[in-house]
Design a protein around this ligand. Sequence first.
Ligand SMILES: Nc1nc2c(c(=O)[nH]1)N[C@H]1C(S)=C(S)[C@@H](COP(=O)(O)O)O[C@H]1N2
Ligand SMILES: [Mo]
Length: 406
Amino acid sequence: MVRDAGRLIRHVHSWMSRPLPPPPAALRRGPLRRGAFDTRARSPRLTSLLGAALGVAFLICFVTGLLSHLIQHPPAWFGWPSRPVGLYRVTQGVHVATGLASVPLLGAKLWSVYPRLFSWPPVRDPAHAIERASIAALVAAALFQLISGILNIARWYEPMPFFFTAGHYWSAWLAIGALLAHIGVQLPIIRTALTRPSPEHAPAGALTRRGLLGAVGVAAGLITVATAGQTVAPLAPVSVLAPRRPRTGPQQLPVNKTAGGAGVRDAIFDPAYRLALTGPGRTESLSLADLAALPQHTVVLPISCVEGWSATATWTGVRLRDLIARAGLDPEGAEAYVESLEARGRYRATTVPPPHARDPYTLLALRLGGQPLHPDHGYPARLIAPNRPGVLQTKWVGRITVRRAS
Ligand SMILES: Nc1nc2c(c(=O)[nH]1)N[C@H]1C(S)=C(S)[C@@H](COP(=O)(O)O)O[C@H]1N2
Ligand SMILES: [Mo]
């Protein structure tokens, strides 16, 4: 049995490393000719150093992105707490920052290896062909992740003929799988390259390796500073590339979707507006005056958009747990389904799970910064809960259905 397996493996191995016929030498021109590239600044060490930095950035980006996905689409085994209130703000800020810092790292890494695209012969044997195909998959998935992520934070959806969230999520698995396989295959090379002391210096005048690494580091730092202001308020003035600034927008808060864009203007200003509050076996209609007559609470909580911007604001309104009790359930074991007056749209409704439903900071907010909500911020009432992605902070709330948590 074991002998057979051993023989099979040897057989596959020899088949995989069986040399393929060389391609016609006449093709060896242009970038394929010998010595077509200046290799002085390129080395396995440079490539390995860039790869290590990129690997760390990608891993952090993957984990924080996966977390964001789980919070938005929680499977039965997954739970996410309501405290600390700003945890999601940090994890998602880190997700977007590591993604953006990966841009110069990936650029430099590709520059350091692209001459190999023209290596001769293009494929030596079947094993080599598989290795090259896996690198092609890794490069394609990595580029797709960075480009789609940047288009998303720039809110430029036209070039993406697919649903961003699904595309970005599935391609992330492809990228991380290809990355782990790549690290596994390259490990011996990486180990020698990183343990051997840095060899010969490049001749004066040429781009030195250290200079290149420094430039890449500076570029990554500049990109971070130029965008982190979308969530780190003191950096806002220098964040020239940030698509949003924390203090810019109606009531000093950025807007994701406007009331006009959501088509809710008529519904939200209708004097007949009532909040439908439904619990097991009963439904109640609450007017704005009814809601304002209930005990009011004020909390300071951020909106933390999945697109990486976030901003803190002061919200006043009715505790969701008070509404749950009013609908006839114990807030300790209840969840709430919150629906917008918005007729269509992916983000018109969310489920508030028990940790957030019972948290005294979770409000059906009526006021922002002491004033009634601006129409674009969800007038007449919107959900605001601690430690939740902005996409789950439903605006223009028209109905709340309370049920026992499963
Ligand atoms: N009904 C509804 N609520 C919504 C949205 C939406 O499209 N429709 N967008 C969400 C997203 S993605 C974010 S980041 C926050 C932003 O809130 P703001 O526009 O008040 O800053 O609202 C959320 N609430
Ligand atoms: Mo968002």
